[in-house]
Design a protein around this ligand. Structure first.
Ligand SMILES: Cc1cc2nc3c(=O)[nH]c(=O)nc-3n(C[C@H](O)[C@H](O)[C@H](O)COP(=O)(O)O)c2cc1C
Length: 364
């Protein structure tokens, strides 16, 4: 039987060899926003994994949009040049399409890296004043964000568009706008974090306005062949918050604007969230969004087994599956999945001799 997981797919103008996406993963290893040798190692090894598409981590469109002082950025010639060097090295040995997630952390910015506790960084500890739709602190952060004014909101659209132009110049193959996990664009969408009384707050239409304006600003500067889409949280999993119905309404708006994909994750906005963790826990969101809109949909969240991923694609719950932790744990996950499902992957010439005898057709 032919594997659906290893069947090709066209995402906008981008040809994908199979349905496996490597989800964006913050590395907290940049210097003043500039990519380092760590990124060459990290992206380099993932680009040999046989996946169809590799997303670069949440990449800040401005210095104050970083989650931590060590986040990757794409807001200046220096940050563009540093990422360009990494990509040149990776591309020398892999033709895997590479996308980038463009992001602004809003009120969740200015925190210590996770391995140093992840709490809010003080202004005397390399931290900075954060910005958000409303002056509401996240969780126990002692310093509240400032509410963005009209000029700052207009600048956000410009910042996303400028970073997108840089991504295009770098030859990146796809752009994902980050509106999930409680970061700035999600903060605008959710009624729990957005208490504005102007045209960017209140009704669902108003809360969706800024993410949609940013989509339009980015789409306008990105050539038609390069897919632009969104990552969203399907739910805040918190009383009175963003939910699946609103996600579907947002996806419908994206569909009319010809967004190329929606990547459906969950949570991250409220410390009171109750996440029903388990295998496939976010797949029902992807299924519902896909059914309601027909938008190319990426499912993510505790997808760890080949059969599991095969079933998600085979049943049509989603068009693509994304893996994060599973790819760090087993960076050859797609090879092993292909072996199990009787499919094949692309492997670098240098590794061809590793093909196990019982999987003699593994390497295409
Ligand atoms: C180390 C690490 C870094 C992450 N960084 C990002 C990120 O930059 N952007 C994002 O949208 N999600 C990020 N996530 C979330 C993952 O992309 C993914 O949605 C989540 O881990 C669930 O998928 P999984 O069960 O396959 O790990 C990160 C997750 C991990 C483990």
């Amino acid at each position: 039987m032919t594997s659906q997981l290893f069947s090709p797919y066209k995402l906008g103008g981008l040809e994908l060899q199979n349905r496996i996406v490597i989800a964006p993963m913050c590395q907290y290893s940049a210097e003043d926003g500039k990519a380092t040798d760590w990124h060459t190692i990290h992206l380099g090894h993932l680009a040999l994994s046989g996946a169809a598409l590799l997303f670069i981590e949440a990449t800040a469109v401005s210095p104050e949009g970083r989650i931590s002082p060590l986040d990757l950025g794409l807001w200046s010639d220096e940050t563009e040049e540093a990422l360009g060097k990494v990509l040149a090295a990776v591309r020398k040995y892999s033709d895997m399409p590479i996308g980038i997630q463009l992001a602004h952390a809003g009120r969740k910015a200015s925190v210590h890296v996770p391995w140093n506790g992840g709490g809010q960084a003080g202004l005397d500890q390399g931290g900075w004043q954060t910005l958000a739709p409303s002056a509401l602190a996240f969780g126990n952060h002692p310093r509240a964000p400032l509410a963005l004014d009209a000029a700052e909101i207009a600048k956000l659209c410009e910042d996303f568009a400028e970073s997108a132009k840089r991504a295009v110049r770098l030859g990146l193959d796809a752009i994902e706008l980050h509106a999930a996990h409680g970061y700035l664009l999600h903060q605008f969408l959710s009624p729990l974090s957005n208490k504005r009384e102007d045209q960017y707050g209140g009704s669902l239409e108003n809360r969706m306005r800024l993410p949609l304006e940013i989509f339009d600003a980015v789409r306008a500067v990105v050539p038609a062949g390069i897919p632009v889409g969104f990552r969203v949280s399907g739910s805040d999993w918190a009383e009175g918050g963003w939910d699946l119905d609103q996600t579907i309404a947002f996806a419908k708006e994206l569909k009319t604007r010809e967004a190329c994909f929606i990547h459906v994750s969950g949570g991250g906005l409220s410390p009171d969230q109750k996440v029903p963790l388990g295998p496939n826990y976010q797949v029902p969101f992807a299924r519902a969004v896909k059914q309601a809109t027909g938008l190319p949909t990426i499912a993510v969240g505790l997808i760890t087994e080949a059969d599991q991923a095969e079933a998600i694609i085979g049943t049509g719950d989603a068009d693509l599956v994304a893996l994060a932790r599973g790819m760090l744990y087993d960076p050859r996950w797609p090879w092993h999945a292909a072996a199990q499902l009787g499919a094949s992957v692309k492997a670098p010439n240098q590794y061809l001799r590793s093909q196990p005898r019982q999987h003699s057709k593994l390497f295409a």
